[in-house]
Design a binder for this molecule. Sequence first.
Ligand SMILES: Nc1ncnc2c1ncn2[C@@H]1O[C@H](COP(=O)(O)OP(=O)(O)OP(=O)(O)O)[C@@H](O)[C@H]1O
Ligand SMILES: [Mg+2]
Length: 409
Amino acid sequence: MAEKRELRQAVGNWVAGETFFDRESELAAFMELLEEGANVLLVAARRTGKTSLMREAALHLGEQMASVFVDLEGSETPEDAIVAIGAATHSHQGLFRRTLEFFRNAVPPELKLDELTLRLRDEVRGDWRAKGDRLLALLARDERPVVIFLDEVPILVNRLVCDPRGELRPEGRAAADGFMSWLRSAAQRHQGKLRFVLSGSIGLGPVLRRVGLSATLNGFTPFVLEPWPDDVAQRCLLALARNYGVDLAGGAAGAMTARLGCCIPHHVQLFFSHVRDDARRRATHVVTPIDADRVYDERLLGNRGHAMLSHYEERLRQVLDPSHRDLAADLLTEAAVTGRLVSPAAIALAAEHVAGDSGAALDEVLGVLEHDGYIAREGASYVFVSKLVRDWWRARFGFRWTPVVERPR
Ligand SMILES: Nc1ncnc2c1ncn2[C@@H]1O[C@H](COP(=O)(O)OP(=O)(O)OP(=O)(O)O)[C@@H](O)[C@H]1O
Ligand SMILES: [Mg+2]
């Protein structure tokens, strides 16, 4: 595919079409899976472009398949999720017609989205499983196979599992099991007609593992989206630079990807937007590696960077048991300050934080941190995957930290 001549910068929300860069091979492999009829679990570290990949795939599915994109960020119950699925058909003429058949009483076909949502809410009340089954059965009658992209599933499941403070609800496991098992059996029942893609900004695996429900993901094929390789990230930076008349001189693009360490697309875009803004303030269009370094230290690691990156801290709070959160934060601070987390330090921190089986707690916390892309194994220790996240974590939490090995015994 030819390189986009005009790549507009986009920092924040998902991208598709004109703002979507690269990912040709990932997109092809992802769509092939859907064409084969697989139900997919799309996994990646935070801000890697999961939502964007789904949105872009929906644009390309075109003629052979219909698709709806459902964001469950605002859903608190299975009823909400079913309403969201029905409402998501609103922008899709063919599928919307099916949704209209869902209502026992006739409804006008020119229903606005908010009216549709209200009516769906009424209709779904009662036995959500039966209502959900009926809605999906109607969608499955479409002439073409239908892809249902469900984004932020882990946020909904997490709300079912625990209260807003993060404590497990007594009925949480059963509620999560109810929803996930329903989804799984619907996927099986409508095999060949419907396929589901599950994703979210926190890992669904760790959320389900916490309550012993990993098996509900059997039948979903994992699709792992990796960060960009350095050369792709550099091409993206150069395409952005071309479009905005910025000259990344003297290998500045390479210097930028080297500082990031791991080219999470969102971080690449964020870095470019700061570099461009900085050049504008200096009334120049030339950016050297020295400028890029300065922007990294002053801006990306400064207050503005904190605001953008604080979601790493927040999302972690959402997946971890309250009793494990401080341990997770301290493990990350130790790794950020010393450069790597070695096992004696990790064991000592776990013993400090957890009364009882601190080994099991440590395994669980490390599992979550690894799954969600914060740290990775390197030899016998753990290191941050992203230098930016590491530097940011150190800038924010490292000042008052004494590395475990330097502490008086
Ligand atoms: N293919 C791409 N081309 C250009 N920029 C991208 C691409 N994919 C992701 N980005 C950048 O990353 C940002 C986040 O993208 P997106 O919301 O799709 O990621 P995500 O993995 O769904 O994030 P989260 O973990 O928060 O759910 C975008 O605003 C954009 O800056
Ligand atoms: Mg997303």
